[in-house]
Design a protein around this ligand. Structure first.
Ligand code: MSP
Length: 472
């Protein structure tokens, strides 16, 4: 029986447009989903939009648009972006959908029955940018939120709280017993420290708000957006609507998040699940942040790189290659179009593209006729599987490009094009079988390119075609 694999990305706020940072998380999950489908695993890949946030409402108001119409329009933009980028998701969830509201109600009831929700008064600071409560220790010397450069609002209101403090010891025990739960390791250490030092109850409702899911116990309150948003990962696989599906896919295998939202995913989320009596996801992987030409990506800075704009100049596979070969998944890095161009020419045009072009041209000359090839992952070395299961995407790409380099060298050093066809043929057949393994390995990373190459080198007569990646 095949295994099953469930992978998620953060659901993005719709008050902003998709940029290269969001693309990074989404493509990472796409690589994993494609890899597991190729392994034959029953795979579910969830993406979506986070719509009940106050900041979505604020933006709609500024635009003079009705909030629901605004989030619907923007959600569509996000979805279209991922479609145009070829993201192989199985469901695009919107947190304003009916099954999500039902899932939230069910989850809320479980947590409430457990005695983990109580009424209190919240007095403190709230940053709408983060949709998060802030402590003095979280702010800059000037009292600003370091992520949004904005002064948090001071609020005093009746709120309902979730008993996070009750889960301090169970969480620490879980982190200890499941070292793979939070990755990379240095992030796990950060979270352990945070939970050890602070693990305070948090408010899960907002008073007098007009947007957001109504709070079940009190009509003057709405559910705090993060409490509802996290539950999307359950709704997406049928919690509260399809028990069979939920039983099959939950717990998630990998939940990809950026380092900015680790607290919610590594502390609040597992505590909420423990409270509701549900199994915890197998892994939360927090990746680093991209700057653009050395600068933080910011709405106000206007430097956000639009992936669709980029796609006008570069094939999506070139963008995917650049994002995942440039840095180790987990570290911070910088995005620059100059560097993308440099890598495109060096690794795709001159590297992979040139190799395939050379082999195809010689194969056409010798009229090579190939047996059908399967391109199944059972033909690839264990190191490739290890890199993918550990989310070491950069390592996997490096291994593939080493093979590309060594095949290229074999052709150049042997000057094989000078050989007569009868001698060239068996050499070429050998080279093509090595190339077929490379193509197999490329599938999760560069799916469009891999499809073209499978067509070209998958069986029958090999034809020379125009360059895969024309030089820029
Ligand atoms: N809506 C919440 C997530 C709720 S999940 C239950 C949210 N949305 S967001 O639109 O602000 O997206 C944040 C995520 O976008 C980050 O965690 C990360 O995945 C991605 N990134 C945003 N900026 C990024 C960079 N500059 N670099 C890399 N990833 C970035 O938070």
């Amino acid at each position: 029986m095949n295994k099953r694999f469930y992978v998620t990305t953060p659901i993005y706020y719709v008050n902003d447009a998709p940029h290269i940072g969001h693309t990074y998380s989404t493509v990472a999950a796409d690589i994993l989903a494609r890899y597991h489908r190729l392994l034959g695993d029953e795979t579910f890949f969830l993406i979506g939009t986070d719509e009940n946030a106050k900041k979505n409402e604020e933006t709609a108001l500024n635009l003079n648009e009705e909030t629901h119409a605004y989030v619907t329009r923007m959600s569509q933009t996000w979805r279209e972006t991922w479609d145009k980028l070829g993201i192989s998701y199985d469901r695009f969830i919107r947190t304003t959908e009916k099954d999500h509201l039902e899932a939230v109600a069910k989850f809320f009831e479980a947590v409430h029955n457990k005695g983990d929700i109580y009424e209190g008064e919240y007095h403190g600071l709230y940053c709408v940018g983060c949709e998060d409560f802030k402590n003095e220790r979280d702010l800059t010397e000037e009292g600003l939120c370091p992520l949004h450069n904005r002064k948090p609002e001071e609020v005093t209101e009746k709120n309902y709280f979730f008993r996070l403090s009750k889960y301090k010891e169970p969480l620490l025990k879980y982190y200890e017993e499941n070292p793979g739960f939070i990755q990379p390791e240095f992030r796990r250490q950060e979270i352990i420290k945070l939970v050890t030092d602070y693990c305070e109850d948090f408010s899960i409702s907002r008073q007098n708000q007009t947007w957001g899911i109504p709070f079940p116990l009190d009509s003057t309150q709405r559910i705090y957006v993060w409490f509802d948003a996290l539950i999307n990962y359950l709704t997406g696989v049928g919690y509260g609507s399809d028990d069979g599906k939920f039983g099959k896919f939950w717990p998630a295998n990998v939940q990809i998040v950026g380092k900015d939202i680790m607290k919610f995913h590594c502390i609040y989320w597992p505590a909420m699940l423990l409270s509701a009596g549900l199994t915890l996801p197998k892994q939360i992987f927090a990746h680093g942040f991209f700057t653009v030409n050395g600068e933080k990506i910011g709405k106000s800075l206007g430097n956000a790189v639009d992936p669709l704009k980029l796609k006008e100049d570069y094939p999506i596979d070139a963008i995917r290659y650049y994002l995942f070969s440039e840095l180790n998944f987990g570290s911070d890095g910088d995005f620059s179009e100059d560097r993308l161009k440099e890598m495109y020419n060096a690794k795709l045009a001159n590297g992979l593209g040139n190799l395939c072009g050379r082999i195809a041209k010689l194969a056409e000359r010798c009229e090579i006729n190939l047996d059908p090839f399967k391109f199944g992952l059972d033909s690839v070395p264990q190191t490739y599987h290890d890199s993918l299961t550990q989310l070491k995407f950069q390592d996997a790409l490096e291994q593939i490009w080493q093979k590309i380099g060594s095949l290229d060298k074999k052709i150049s050093d042997g000057k094989i094009w000078e050989l007569p066809d009868s001698e060239l043929k068996p050499i070429l057949t050998g080279l093509i079988s090595e190339l077929q393994v490379i193509i197999t390995e490329l599938q999760p990373f560069l799916p469009e390119t891999a499809d073209k190459l499978i067509e070209q080198f998958g069986g029958g007569k090999v034809k020379a075609l125009p360059p895969l990646f024309p030089r820029k």
